[in-house]
Each structure stands twice: as structure tokens, then as C-alpha cells.
Design a protein around this ligand. Sequence first.
Ligand code: ADP
Length: 216
Amino acid sequence: MKSRIVLLGPPASGKGTQADRIASAFGVPHVSTGALLRSECARGTSLGREADEWTRKGLLVPDELAVRIVTTWMQSNGPRFLFDGFPRTVGQAENLDASLVAMKAPLDLVVLLEVPEDEIRRRILDRLSCMKCGATYAAALHGHAVGDPCPRCGSPLVRRNDDTEETLAQRLDVYRRMTLPVVAYYRENSPGILHRIDASGESDAIFAELSRLMNS
Ligand code: ADP
């Protein structure tokens, strides 16, 4: 079974949802750098305040900050993880590889979830999130409104301050320019571990495909 996994994909490609499902089915810790940053921000730490300057504009936080939050996580939890939203730049990917080489624990699976941009737009503009447990919901599909209790943990649902039309354009642009090159990086540097999944369809079918890769 795979135990060091990176999930890549544009915003709202289902990384968080699938990472949660894989984490509970396979017992690998789900680490979302976006959720870690939002939690720092909610607690009002200096790292959180710095991160918020970038995330609210749809920009990536500086590599140094993203790497710091992941390194801190690995120091207390060890090299078993499913990263969702990290690495997002080639610099972060190089940094992660260097840390894993030092631990003699290389990545064993990278999966790119592919979703067309019109579908991403539809999903993001309809998305409500729980800041406490990280769950996300399609408002139209599930009849949820801002302020309703999260069905999973009871905290009020919110619209993330970066889930807006203006910020989305910026996030998609950043994804194309900064994160797509990470796919090429793994294709060239870690032959055989990169897989692509069409993530525009049914959640169950995507989960089945991911599970197959986890067991392969
Ligand atoms: P989404 O995948 O829907 O964009 P995330 O929760 O993964 O949402 O990320 C939200 C924001 O947090 C990003 O737009 C970015 O500002 C910041 N962020 C998360 N992970 C990273 C990272 N690895 N490097 C830089 N910024 C990050």
C-alpha cells in the first residue's frame, strides 16, 4: 500500500473530498496546506496573518511559508501522508524531494485530478465550507446556506473569502503558471509514480480509481 502520496489538481477538483475518503479507507493522514493555513489564520497566529495577505487575493503564499508549515507537520507526524495542495510550485516539489531523500522515504504516488475550467467555476461559486473540520458542500445540490450547521461537526458553514468570481480567475491563472509545471517535474524526475484521473465525474468512480492506485 502507498503511504507517501501527493494529490495535484486545480481548485475544486475534489482533492479535499477524495483525500478525506482515502485517509479514512487507508489510514494515511490527510494534510491540506490550505486547511493548515486557514487554521493558523483563525487562531490569529503571525504565520496565519501573513498567509491571509496572499490567500485572500488568490495568490500562493511564499514557498518558504508553505514549506515551513509542511516541515513542522512532518517533524511531529513522520513521513506518512497524503498531501492535498502541496507542493504547488516546482520549488516546493524540490524542497519536499530533498526532505524525503534525507529521510530515505521517497514519494510513492502522485495523482493529478483533471477537471475542465467551466466545471471548476460552477463548483467554486456554489461551494460552502466548514472552517472547523474542512468539509465542503455543494449548496445547490444539498440545499445548504451560509450559517447552517456543518452536517459533519455542527460548526456554521461559510463561503471561503477566496471562493469568489474575482479571486477564482486569479487562482486558475496561478494554477496554470505555477502548479502545472509540478506535473512536468514529477513526470521527469519520478518516472512511473505520476497518474492522471478524469475528476469531472462521479465521486465514487474517482475514489474507486484512486483506491486501485493506492493498492497497486
Ligand atoms: P483550493 O485547492 O480550493 O485552491 P486550498 O485550501 O488548497 O484551496 O488553498 C487555499 C489557498 O491557500 C491557496 O489559494 C493559497 O493561497 C494557499 N495555499 C495552500 N497551499 C499552498 C501551497 N502549497 N503553497 C502556497 N500557497 C498555498
